[in-house]
Design a binder for this molecule. Structure first.
Ligand code: ADP
Ligand code: MG
Length: 879
């Protein structure tokens, strides 16, 4: 009976290894190929578009198989990682020609979405963060993250799973490592967000990495960093010398925004496309280095809250802004600085090549030039930065002496080390050159001796050196002069003992020289490894400088001004703009607007027609705050701002562009988050809240939210609404002010002025917008008629509301409590519901009407209201 394929020693070995990596594609090296077997092969062939074959077709149990040549493997790995899979690379650990029995094989690296470092997956200007989470017994969430390509390592203790998810989404992490303390429920939430959950149950931190956690004091932070380090060690199996000491951070040391808010404000990703184009990051990115680009993104993710730190950045931006020529030279020098952070990472991993070292040298040589430029600027501003810029000259000199200017990609095939760097290498090279000279002389002398003009001394890998003579000249070769070696179609190749002797000298020198070159290269790499932390510190300084000059460039190009940060809680922006909208539409067309919110104004209630600029105005303020707290200048003629602790934004469900998110429930959840977490130092943007449900329902909720924020939260709040009726609230809420976006009618057409003016809008212009949209004339005039009728019908009730409100306007603060009326008095809501009276009530529906009338909306949740509405609808529909 034939042996089963699965029983062969090789497949046994495969199975044993595969068992340890059940959730990864196992790339199993056989000779020059990586092979996939079984399910990996079936799935892999499909995803990677490879031909599915089988091992031992004729056997009883052919095994599905597909493969790819080793030199093309990176592409295939990238595809799988991008699709969210893991790949285990299994190599032959000994030379198959020398192996006794089965060739030894081992997995040398497990590549996962959070740990890829060398591929197109990791873009130059973004980080690839691997995150980790553990829970302690007292319900603290230990959280950590690292970027393996740069060595950044941070940790924090967070108070809720929501906060963790917020961080993970903000960091755009593709993979999170958890230990068994993390509940299935939380793991599920990550999976729903398309984040890979990897498990690390035990902690085994190698002693040489233990210093990384030394500075940590909280147990949760220590545990989570150790879990993360263990996972990296187990999967990467390579040197991690570039990992930086773990730094603990407090989210509350920064301006906090949840990821919904960041998303809504389009800080780094466009809502429509998910890309950088059209975002604040896109506008701000005038960085010249990859490190600067990444740091800019980090600053944008975490604006500051400490005045001194913000002002420190501001002064530097101002200095750079004032010195155009210095700034230009600075940019020219920065462009030539390569990605020092990632180069340092590759030095640690041991996969730098000669070209990388040349890049490192070029970068380091830029530092003295950068220092020279900074020296021209105010010493008080840039002095300390100047002192910190370490050009790491010893390493630059070493590379200069040792590495040729244009080295090959490979580090194992020679031609990397310069002549004169090592005596031994020079002597091998002499031997090679002499040998080759000898060959040239041989060719000349043999031509002379035989009279064959096209006699040639050549070399190939299989036969070594030979003398080649074309068939037509063979008769001219004296008998016994050469030994025949190989016959070609129209030539013969010969050798002589002297030739072979010289050949072995040359080849020996060549082999020794490449081995020695690799040795020397490895030693240089080790030397550089010793200064990784200096390189990383330098990278940080260069990145900082790059972002600051980028701020200066942007501030100049787009006419930004330095904002004044003040202690008291008032906002005064003159001529403010939305920088991205302005950039897209052009400076000429954009209408600047003021934001005036002195201490006695907490809420701006913004009304105005659709498409008039309400949302833009609100976002403009939020972006201005973010820019100011990043230390950048802001798009305005002048700006005075307090420092905010948090920003909340909620865009009404009807305006929400993300499919699947547009439910009223999500709208209410987010509004709730803002109301529950905001402080008087926060900024809230509520854009058309309540639009996601029926009119009166929505209006009731909107009003209640405004009142609650006004009476209990005291955050600076912008509330835009198309519920005209809400503008009457300024009579009862003394810290609320009405503003509206102006529009004028010109020859029956509506022209938006995009200009904010005091007071409420006079009407809502819906029909005009319908006209702008090109609706048929007949339809529009019909709508006009209906509107006029409705206005006449509603006149009485409108009167009632205004009258009542006006009557109470002197005793403002208590008004609201009275509004909910336990005393049997009619509340405002009741009054507004009286609008229904304008239609005669069908006696059969009287019961429903009575119920509506008696409903205490203020004590109901949105869900209660939904349920109640559903019941009524059923009741009415059943008739
Ligand atoms: P709304 O929220 O009131 O419906 P948006 O804020 O969405 O209106 O603005 C609608 C459009 O009006 C924007 O896309 C922009 O093109 C234009 N716009 C808004 N504000 C301005 C402004 N200040 N100056 C010029 N155009 C503006
Ligand atoms: Mg809007």
């Amino acid at each position: 009976m034939p042996q089963k394929t699965s029983d062969t020693p090789m497949m046994q070995q495969y199975m044993a290894i595969k068992k340890e990596y059940p959730d990864a594609f196992l790339f199993y090296r056989i000779g020059d190929f990586y092979e996939l077997f079984y399910d990996d092969a079936i799935k892999g062939a499909q995803i990677l578009e490879l031909t599915l074959t089988s091992r031992s077709h004729s056997a009883v149990d052919p095994i599905p198989m597909c493969g790819m040549p080793h030199h093309a493997v990176q592409n295939y790995i990238d595809i799988l990682i991008e699709k969210g899979y893991k790949v285990a690379i299994c190599e032959q650990m000994e030379d198959p020609r020398l192996a006794k029995g089965m060739v030894k094989r081992e997995v040398i690296q497990l590549i996962t979405p959070g740990t890829v470092t060398d591929s197109n997956v990791t873009e130059a200007k973004s980080n690839n963060y691997l995150t980790a989470l553990v829970m302690t017994k007292n319900n603290e969430f230990g959280f950590a993250y690292t970027d393996l390509s740069t060595g950044e390592l941070k940790t924090s203790c967070l108070e809720s799973s929501e906060a963790v998810i917020n961080e993970v989404v903000n960091l755009q992490s593709k993979e999170i490592v958890v230990d068994p303390s993390v509940s299935d429920d939380i793991q599920e939430q990550f999976k729903k967000l398309n984040i890979m959950v990897s498990h690390q149950d035990k902690i085994e931190v190698k002693s040489e990495l233990s210093y990384l956690t030394q500075a940590l004091t909280k147990p949760a932070e220590k545990t989570v960093v150790e879990t993360l380090l263990t996972y990296i060690t187990v999967t990467q199996k390579r040197s991690l010398a570039h990992l930086q000491k773990a730094v603990a951070y407090e989210p509350s040391y920064y301006l906090r925004m949840d990821h919904y808010s960041k998303y809504n404000l389009e800080l780094t990703r466009s809502i429509r496309t998910g890309k950088k184009q059209g975002t604040l990051l896109w506008l701000l990115d005038e960085t010249r280095t990859a490190m600067g680009g990444r740091l800019l993104k980090r600053w944008l993710d975490r604006p500051l809250i400490r005045k001194k730190e913000i002002e420190d950045r501001q002064t530097k931006v101002a200095e750079l802004l004032d010195h155009y020529f210095e700034r230009s030279s600075l940019q020219e020098e920065l462009v030539k600085v390569y990605d020092l952070e990632r180069l340092a990472g590759r030095v640690a991993f041991g996969n730098v090549n000669g070209r990388d070292l040349i890049q490192l040298k070029t970068s380091l040589r830029q530092i003295p030039k950068i220092k020279h430029v900074l020296g021209e600027l105010d010493d008080k501003v840039f002095g300390s930065m100047l002192a910190k810029l370490d050009p790491v000259e010893d390493i630059a000199d070493l590379i200069e002496r040792a590495i040729v200017d244009e080295p090959p990609i490979s580090v194992t095939e020679g031609n990397v080390i310069k002549d004169g760097y090592n005596e031994q290498l020079d002597s091998y090279r002499d031997a090679m050159t002499n040998g080759k000279k000898w060959m040239a002389e041989l060719q000349a002398s043999e031509r002379k001796a035989t009279g064959i003009k096209n006699l040639k001394v050549g070399y190939n890998k299989v036969f070594g050196y030979y003398i080649e003579i074309t068939k037509s000249n063979l008769s001219a070769v004296p008998e016994g002069r050469y030994e025949r070696k190989q016959t070609l179609t129209n030539a013969e190749r010969f050798i002589t003992p002297a030739l072979k002797e010289k050949e072995s000298l040359i080849l020996e020198a060549e082999e020794k020289s490449t081995t020695l070159e690799y040795d020397l290269f490895s030693k240089i790499r080790e030397q550089i490894k010793q200064v990784i932390d200096r390189l990383q510190k330098l990278a940080q300084q260069v990145a900082t400088l790059d972002v600051l000059q980028s701020f200066a460039v942007v501030s100049e190009n787009y006419h930004f001004v330095k904002p004044k940060l003040i202690k008291n809680h008032s906002i005064d922006i003159v001529g403010g703009r939305h920088p991205v909208v302005e950039k897209v539409m052009g400076r000429q067309s954009y209408v600047p607007n003021d934001v005036k919110m002195p201490e006695d104004v907490d809420i701006l209630l913004i009304t105005g027609p659709n498409m008039s600029g309400k949302s833009t105005y609100m976002r403009q303020l939020a972006l201005t705050v973010v820019l100011a707290q990043m230390g950048c200048f802001v798009p305005a003629d002048s700006a005075t701002l307090p420092i905010f602790d948090q920003i909340f934004t909620r865009i009404g469900a009807a305006d929400d562009l993300i499919a699947g998110q547009s439910t009223f429930m999500v709208e209410m959840q987010e509004a709730n988050r803002a109301i529950q977490n905001a402080t008087p130092q926060s900024l809230i943007l509520f854009d058309e809240i309540g639009r996601g449900t029926a009119t009166y329902d929505g209006m009731a909720i909107a009003q209640a939210i405004i009142e609650f924020v006004h009476n209990h939260v005291h955050a600076k709040t912008l509330f835009s609404t198309h519920y005209h009726e809400l503008t009457a609230l300024d009579k009862t809420l003394n810290k609320l002010k009405n503003v509206h976006v102006g529009a004028v009618e010109k020859d029956g057409d509506l022209v938006f002025l995009h200009k904010m003016e005091d007071g409420p809008a006079d009407k809502s212009y819906g029909i005009h917008v319908a006209k702008l949209a090109g609706m048929p004339k007949e339809l529009l005039s019909r709508a006009d008629k209906i509107l006029k009728q409705l206005e006449i019908q509603n006149k009485d009730t409108d009167q009632v509301i205004t009258n009542e409100v006006q009557g109470d306007s002197n005793e403002e603060p208590t008004k609201k409590d009275k509004g909910t009326s336990q005393s049997g008095e009619k509340s405002e809501i009741d009054e507004q519901l009286a609008l229904f009276k304008t239609e005669p009530v069908d006696p059969e529906n009287a019961e429903v009407v009575a119920q509506i009338r008696n409903l205490n909306l203020m004590s109901m949740t949105p869900m209660d209201v939904m349920n109640q509405l559903y019941k009524w609808q059923k009741k009415l529909g059943n008739k």
